[in-house]
Ligand binder design. Structure first.
Ligand code: GDP
Ligand code: MG
Length: 177
């Protein structure tokens, strides 16, 4: 048998975006390796990871790109978005300003991204309920207004991470097949 690369039916590129420290890198490590790290480890340069997944009888290889801290300087370049069919747009439910930034990120997606891009709005750190600054309804309302899927997740407790990812992959698959 050949490698997965030879056998996979589709290769999808997806990107993680959102303010610094909302949990993008930890969502990616959950999705790709089922790992969580308590400390933030900013890496140098753009990084991506792969996740193989079966949808129906098709084998999909998702290539998921993570920013390496450029979001802090608003220095994400158009090449980051190029060819991406999906985006996980992440905010932190314990920091209202990261939710307020969602509009800015949507604007950037509209400017640089594929117009058909599947966007899932992700309110991360749902395990920190006692520090919550953004109510679930606000996430829902914004998502509805902008035509996005929406989910609250906890990368730490591994809640809804797989669901958010699958939601995106299934929608991309619907659109592209
Ligand atoms: P990034 O800058 O968006 O890539 O964020 P990181 O993935 O580096 O996470 C920033 C900090 O938030 C780290 O200390 C993580 O351990 C923490 N973190 C990420 N996701 C969660 C979560 O779901 N719950 C909690 N409590 N902490 C989280
Ligand atoms: Mg990061």
């Amino acid at each position: 048998a050949g490698s997965f690369d030879e056998e996979c039916d589709y290769l999808f590129k997806a990107v993680l975006i959102g303010d610094s420290a909302v949990g993008k890198s930890n969502l990616l490590s959950r999705i790709s390796r089922n790992e969580f790290h308590l400390d933030s480890k900013p890496t140098i340069g753009v990084e991506f990871a792969y996740r193989n997944i079966k949808v129906g009888d098709k084998l999909i290889k998702a290539q998921i790109w993570d920013t390496a801290g450029q979001e802090r300087f608003r220095a994400i370049t158009s090449s980051y978005y190029r060819g991406a069919l999906g985006a996980l747009l992440v905010y932190d439910i314990t920091r209202k300003n990261t939710f307020e930034s969602v509009k800015k990120w949507l604007h950037e997606l509209k400017e640089f991204g594929n117009p058909d891009m599947v966007i899932v709005l992700v309110g991360n750190k749902s395990d920190l309920a006692e520090s919550r600054q953004v109510v679930v309804e606000d996430g829902h309302t914004l998502a509805q207004l902008e035509g996005l899927c929406f989910m609250e997740t906890s990368a730490k407790q591994n809640i809804n991470v797989e669901e958010a990812f699958l939601n995106m992959i299934n929608k991309i698959h619907e659109i592209t097949s």
